[in-house]
Design a protein around this ligand. Structure first.
Ligand SMILES: NC(=O)c1ccc[n+]([C@@H]2O[C@H](COP(=O)([O-])OP(=O)(O)OC[C@H]3O[C@@H](n4cnc5c(N)ncnc54)[C@H](OP(=O)(O)O)[C@@H]3O)[C@@H](O)[C@H]2O)c1
Length: 465
């Protein structure tokens, strides 16, 4: 029996950000491994016209929760959604709900955050914020990292006699091993689960659809992606360890892949492209490509030639056919989003995993198996393939039956690409010949060389006959 799973049995757990990527996977794992837990309180706000209950039903209806419904059939009775908005005073939680939370909660997992890198501070009025933001964030690359650091500071200062721990994941990616397969037949399909277009997911979509073909990133820098189930397993192990062993100081756990099992951007790009050959996305704009460069000039050249120019040409085509142009706007937004990642993907980061490894050694063999966060066991090639498959299935909702047609389209796009490049070369060459004596001489030299070669070849084959 897993000690960690038993620890969560009978407990009342509060999760913030349960409607987010990490929060959902955390909730799923808790219900699957500790179905006898008492209740999970989740702080939720209404969104996109959906009530709290509708949001909960949507989560439970997703593919991710299929196994949970087998193991814990009354799962819907064990989730208590509480109205809250973390931007408001006291989180806008009603007095009654607050009372219940304060008297019943045993463990809190705080996952809620705005993960947009370009968000603004929201304390004062806009003009003041614009003026003081650069002075406040100083060397921090953006508001996201700055407010994360503030949050950690506040938690440590205000924790008083609460036992707390901080978990810092790197770039969180699709699931690696979980949820465990319902049957061996669905094994492949349940891996690679993702549910939003943030971070690497959006980049995989933009690359697979042929919008994004080059990125300013150091090719040999570590691509520190960490599977979401690995992060969640560590969170649950940390929850148990912190409550049971009560470390004297607040421990910080880094859950990263870089120093234990590194993969660089180049290798990741190659594998992503290889996967697109096997399982392409439907209706790509151009053939997928994944170039990485740290050189600003090359990057600007690629942006102009590979991104902006095709977008402008496509918009002209839309205009000529009486439709509204949209590609340039979309491309600008995409390039702006990618540029926000530059600070992080142009460097290799080193994180100490001392506490994470210490915790691993504290777990029983059974807990190491059920709550596995040993990223050394991860096979990148297999993981990336499942990741791309997951993006195709769960985010783009594309049918596998469409793969042969998608492959045909890729072939057509390749032929168009070759044709276009050849035409471009011939036009450029023709213009050069018209203007330069030197180019003319080179051209006549090549033509006469080819002619002589062909004559020699023909003569020698006639002799043999
Ligand atoms: N994803 C990563 O690569 C990554 C990497 C390192 C650290 N992290 C950290 O991991 C945590 C979870 O990230 P994630 O990827 O799961 O993010 P996510 O998918 O964007 O989820 C964010 C969650 O926070 C909730 N939330 C945001 N503002 C709120 C508010 N004012 N009131 C109530 N709820 C609010 C969201 O609720 P709604 O559904 O209502 O919007 C959502 O449930 C965050 O703390 C993030 O900083 C993530």
């Amino acid at each position: 029996m897993s000690t960690i799973a038993a620890f969560y049995g009978g407990k009342s757990i509060l999760i913030t950000g349960a409607t987010g990527f990490l929060g959902k996977v955390l909730m799923e794992k808790l219900f699957r491994t500790s179905p006898d837990l008492k209740v999970i309180y989740i702080l939720v706000r209404p969104k996109a016209g959906q009530t709290l209950q509708q949001r909960v039903f949507q989560i439970l209806d997703s593919k991710l929760f299929e196994k949970v419904k087998e193991v814990c059939p009354n799962v819907h009775e064990k989730i208590r959604a509480i109205y809250a908005d973390l931007n408001q005073n006291d989180f806008a939680i009603s007095k009654e709900d607050m009372q219940e939370l304060l008297s019943c909660t045993n463990i809190i997992f705080h996952c809620a955050a705005t993960v947009r890198f370009d968000d603004t501070l929201r304390w004062l009025d806009d003009a003041i914020i614009d003026e003081i933001t650069p002075k406040l964030i100083r060397d921090w690359p953006n508001i996201y990292t700055y407010t994360k650091a503030l949050g950690e500071m506040v938690v440590q200062q205000e924790s008083r006699n609460l036992s707390i721990a901080i978990i810092r994941p790197s770039i969180v990616g699709a699931t690696w091993q979980e949820p465990f397969p319902v049957s061996p037949l669905t094994w492949i399909q349940t891996k690679g689960w993702v549910d939003n277009i943030n971070g690497p997911n959006g980049i995989i979509i933009a690359t697979g659809k042929g919008f994004l073909r080059a990125i300013k990133a150091t090719p040999m820098a570590v691509a520190d992606v960490i599977p979401v189930d690995t992060v969640v397993n560590l969170m649950l192990a940390v929850g148990w360890y912190t409550a049971v062993h009560r470390p004297k100081s607040t421990l910080v756990y880094h859950i990263t892949s870089g120093n234990m099992n590194p993969c660089n951007w180049h290798k990741m790009g190659v594998q992503v492209l290889a996967t697109f050959e096997k399982i392409p996305f439907e209706r790509p704009f151009r053939r997928p490509n994944a170039n990485f460069t740290s050189n600003s000039f090359t990057s600007q050249y690629w942006n102009a030639v590979s991104h902006r120019a095709p977008a402008i040409i496509y918009d002209c085509y839309l205009r000529l056919t009486g439709r509204k142009p949209r590609m340039t706007k979309l491309m600008n937004r995409l390039l702006r989003t990618v540029s926000m990642l530059e600070y992080f993907i142009n460097r290799s980061w080193e994180w100490s995993t001392y506490n994470t490894e210490m915790l691993m050694s504290e777990l029983s063999p059974e807990d190491q198996r059920v709550f596995n966060f040993d990223v050394r066991q991860l096979n990148w090639l297999e993981y990336i393939e499942n990741y791309v498959l997951g993006v195709k299935k769960y985010l783009l909702k594309e049918d596998m039956a469409g793969i042969p047609e998608a492959k045909q389209r890729l072939k057509r796009l390749r032929n168009i690409h070759y044709l276009f490049n050849t035409a471009l070369f011939l036009i450029a060459w023709r213009l050069l010949i018209a203007r330069s004596q030197m180019a003319r001489n080179v051209w006549f030299f090549i033509v006469s060389f080819c002619y002589k070669f062909l004559s020699y070849f023909r003569a020698s084959s006639t002799l043999k006959v």
